[in-house]
Design a binder for this molecule. Structure first.
Ligand SMILES: Cc1ncc(COP(=O)(O)O)c(C=O)c1O
Length: 436
């Protein structure tokens, strides 16, 4: 009743936000108790996606549905409940300690996260985007330079390059692993190229050996975008430890997620670490002595304390993701859907479990109607985003990315999910495919 009343009063109200892999969402539903900002959890109304139905200014009420989400895309509330005692204790200790920005919790987290990533240094920053921005600056990237990355990524990868004044040059992805295609990379190098930013998409690293060879040959910095790849491995080496620097995001739904924003740069080079530490805190090594033009990219102590607790559980959560992914693989193969391809000698950490389906939008909608919340990472490759039209690319320039953008569908996958839920997702998908 109240819900209906509110939606009559405010039919166009909604929230434009970002899901935990970086995809855009528009949530326009009201919960029975008022305006509800969370469209991810069981019992909430189905969301409306802006790329399908127009921008935030368009009125989405027609597409509101009363369908309950039976299987959410991820379930952060359950994760919190499973470690509530530890988290509450850590949070209280920060609140009582009185140091709220940087400080001992961040220092301890940096040491623990560096060890986890097999690097000698980690520097906590305010987000994955600021991690990329500062890593690029530390590598000396600036106006007049070119930096090669991929079009099939979250926009932040290209945005960070843009922040430095350098030009993002894009190289298409490999159709099997969705990571940078090495042939395309080799042909994108010019005398202006200064760095390469491979994206370890969905939790699988790029093909780092050939990439590092190309970088060495042309004396290019390598900055890994590991925002989706905490704990991923390539031939036994951890994401974030192979290039000059690795950039992580701790956005809440990431495999290691804060209760707010956060990020880190990992590196084995103490000079880079030192520069990033200075740049994140207004370019001042000594308070009020600003040797560099810096930023307010500091990580909050609360996030550090929370991340320290969560880091202790990360391996177990990653193994749970990998196990569920294995179950998806088997069940999907049985119904004729190709599971994600994992490069040999790699450890995929399944931040996103994406499959390719024809008529993807139709399946997305059909699954939503059955209460199964899926996602799309990403519906528009960066080179076709309006904001980046200045890069000078057009439709047809990156056929693999463009085709993936039309077909990928990310299925629910989170450590707290169970086998029956995986079976239900595949069952509904199978039913839909058979009905065609
Ligand atoms: C591949 C990739 N790079 C960079 C980022 C940016 O991270 P953040 O949202 O923490 O700024 C994200 C976040 O979604 C990402 O998925």
């Amino acid at each position: 009743m109240l819900q209906d009343f509110l939606s009559v009063l405010f039919p166009c109200s909604g929230v434009l936000g970002r899901d935990f892999g970086g995809a855009l969402w528009f949530y326009g539903g009201f919960s029975a108790y008022g305006f509800n900002f969370n469209g991810f959890l069981p019992g909430h109304d189905v969301m409306n996606y802006p790329w399908r139905k127009g921008a935030v200014s368009s009125c989405p009420w027609k597409t509101f549905s009363k369908v309950k989400i039976v299987i959410p895309y991820l379930d952060l509330k359950s994760q919190y409940q499973s470690i509530k005692t530890e988290i509450d204790k850590a949070v209280l200790s920060v609140l009582e300690g009185g140091q709220y920005v940087l400080g001992p919790e961040i220092e301890a987290f940096e040491k623990e996260f560096a060890a986890y990533c097999q690097t000698s240094n980690a520097v906590g920053v305010s987000s994955g985007t600021s991690a990329l921005h500062l890593a690029l600056l530390a590598a000396g990237v600036g106006p007049g330079d070119e930096v090669i990355t991929v079009p099939f990524t979250f926009v932040a990868t290209v945005a960070a390059i843009d922040y430095t004044g350098a030009k993002a040059v894009l190289a298409d992805v490999d159709p099997e692993t969705y990571t940078m295609d090495m042939k395309r990379l080799a042909s994108a190098v010019t005398p202006k190229t200064k760095a390469i930013v491979p994206v370890h998409l969905y939790g699988q690293t790029a093909d780092m050996d050939p990439l590092l060879e190309i970088a060495k040959k042309h004396k290019l910095a390598v900055i890994e975008d590991a925002a989706q790849a905490h704990g991923a491995e390539y031939k036994g080496r951890r994401a974030g430890s192979m290039g000059d620097m690795g950039c992580f995001s701790f956005y809440p739904g990431k495999n290691l997620g804060a209760f707010g924003e956060g990020g880190a740069v990992t590196t084995n080079n103490p000079e880079f670490a030192k520069k990033i530490r200075t740049l994140r805190d207004w370019g001042a090594e000594k308070k009020y002595h600003h040797d560099l033009k810096g930023f307010n990219y500091r990580l909050e102590a609360l996030q550090g304390a929370i991340l320290r607790v969560k880091l202790r559980h990360l391996e177990q959560w990653t193994e749970a993701r990998r196990k569920l992914a294995g179950i998806y693989d088997q069940k999907l193969k049985a119904v004729g859907i190709k599971p994600p391809v994992v490069r040999s000698a790699s450890r995929h950490v399944y931040h996103v479990y994406a499959v390719q389906v024809e008529n993807r939008d139709n399946h997305w909608e059909g699954l939503a109607a059955r209460g199964i919340h899926t996602n799309i990472h990403y519906p528009i490759p960066v080179h076709l985003q309006k904001a980046y039209s200045n890069l000078g690319y057009q439709t047809g320039d990156f056929p693999v990315s463009e085709s993936l953008a039309k077909k990928v569908l990310s299925l629910p996958l989170y450590p707290e999910m169970n086998e029956d839920q995986v079976g239900e997702v595949v069952g509904v998908l199978r039913h839909r495919l058979m009905a065609r």
